[in-house]
Design a protein around this ligand. Structure first.
Ligand SMILES: [Zn+2]
Length: 435
């Protein structure tokens, strides 16, 4: 198979940056080369050295002066909500009942699910996202469309059919047995096929009966390597209603713990209003709190204490995500801009190195997939994004006075969107320019 050699400025993280001057936390090559073959990165480093290792017939693409980074990872979004985004609602529960649930009912039709899946992957690629963790609808047809389209594009995706058997319209309800059976079938059909990962996906405790939570627990026991994804502590009304439904639990987190769903592969969307006890429990279990800043602001859910959770004696693992369609942008750059502003409102600083770490290696570690994605290391998937910090006239003007890498990253995060994504490579293939 032929090789592809990219030339440009390379940036890849080695660990979480401790400060803006923590140059040991990342690898940066001003004139870098990245060699890809058979969907993997086979060499990266100074251009001259990598060029010397490349075969004579390697295709070479010169991306100078742009920045080459690992593809972005989005840890939480809803594939059936592409036509829910930008819906005007007072809060989470009104937004769900008025817009989201009726829209998700349409995914019982496979033609609709397939059409939206095509748009979904186009939008991810347009925004430089190469791996995403998604909720499908309750219908198996939606999961089939989601995974077949991922396979067609050879993307590394995580997803699952939501299980929900109460507090939603009839067209969106399964039963404990049906949710269990269909999830098992989706695992058999799709998990490990191509680069697909199936996640066990009880939507949240409000829409699952105790019997369905038990079915989720049974799946988690049978398939301990699978991710589990659900929602936790997003909004005060939601928390109150959930705790009324499970009066035996001491708090919202304890509901999931009681059903064996609090583990180190569990991804909890939001986690805005956790008590100390809940944060301790999450930390001890190694569960991940997934921060969805544009969604939290859009729905008025609250300010996620990212820095406070990360620096606890018992730190909580953190991921970052768009939460489409509660979220308002597919862009991880826009997402981290809003994450920055939320920390500002909390009197905290989120520096740009941390932001780009979180979008790449940080999220890969939170997914336990850092051996595959999130860096430019040899032997990992050749999922790569090329960024242009002078993509618009206003950005180009600001770039004239930018002097350091962190300043450039901060400009990209503050003003950038899909226009700043020059190219997105999926398993070594340039995709953005084809859509
Ligand atoms: Zn969500």
């Amino acid at each position: 198979m032929t090789q592809t050699l990219l030339r440009g400025r390379l940036l890849s993280f080695l660990r979480a940056p401790q400060s803006l001057t923590d140059t040991e936390s990342y690898r940066y090559e001003d004139d870098g080369g990245l060699l890809m073959q058979n969907g993997e990165i086979v060499a990266s480093g100074p251009y001259a050295e990598v060029k010397a290792r490349a075969s004579a017939d390697a295709a070479e693409i010169d991306h100078r002066p742009h920045l080459i980074m690992p593809g972005f990872i989005d840890m939480h979004l809803h594939f059936p909500q592409m036509q829910v985004i930008a819906s005007y609602a007072a809060n989470l529960l009104e937004w769900l009942n008025t817009y989201t649930f009726p829209e998700e009912c349409r995914f019982v039709e496979s033609a609709h699910a397939q059409r939206i899946a095509t748009h979904f992957y186009d939008e991810l690629i347009r925004h430089g996202t190469t791996t995403a963790v998604a909720y499908c609808s309750v219908h198996k047809t939606s999961a089939d469309a989601f995974f077949s389209e991922a396979m067609k594009r050879n993307m590394r995706m995580v997803g699952g059919k939501v299980m929900m058997d109460r507090n939603a319209p009839q067209g969106l309800l399964d039963t404990p047995q049906m949710g269990y059976d269909e999830t098992r079938q989706i695992i058999a059909d799709w998990h490990g096929k191509g680069r697909n990962h199936v996640a066990i996906t009880p939507r949240f405790a409000i829409t699952s009966t105790p019997a369905q939570m038990e079915a989720s627990q049974a799946l988690a026991r049978e398939f301990p390597d699978l991710h589990i994804q659900t929602h936790l502590s997003e909004n005060h009304d939601e928390i109150k209603f959930t705790c009324e439904l499970y009066p035996e639990a001491v708090d919202y987190t304890d509901i999931y713990a009681r059903y064996g769903l609090l583990g180190n592969k569990t991804l909890f969307g939001h986690c805005i209003h956790l008590s100390d006890r809940e944060a301790d429990a999450m930390s001890e279990a190694g569960s991940v709190a997934v921060h969805c800043p544009t969604s939290n602001l859009f729905l008025g859910s609250g300010l996620f204490p990212l820095k406070a959770l990360a620096r606890r004696d018992k730190p909580v693992r953190i991921g970052v995500a768009t939460d489409i369609g509660g979220g308002s942008s597919y862009s991880m750059l826009r997402t981290m801009d809003e994450a920055y502003k939320i920390q500002q409102l909390l009197g905290e600083r989120l520096n740009p190195l941390e932001s780009y770490y979180l979008m790449t290696l940080g999220n890969a570690l939170s997914l336990s997939l850092a051996d595959k994605i999130g860096t430019l290391d040899n032997g990992t998937d050749a999922d790569v994004v090329v960024l242009n910090a002078a993509a618009t006239p206003a950005m180009a003007l600001k770039m004239e006075v930018v002097k350091t890498l962190p300043e450039e990253l901060f400009l990209l995060q503050t003003m950038g969107d899909d226009r700043a994504i020059v190219e997105t490579y999926v398993a070594g293939i340039a995709f953005k320019s084809t859509i």
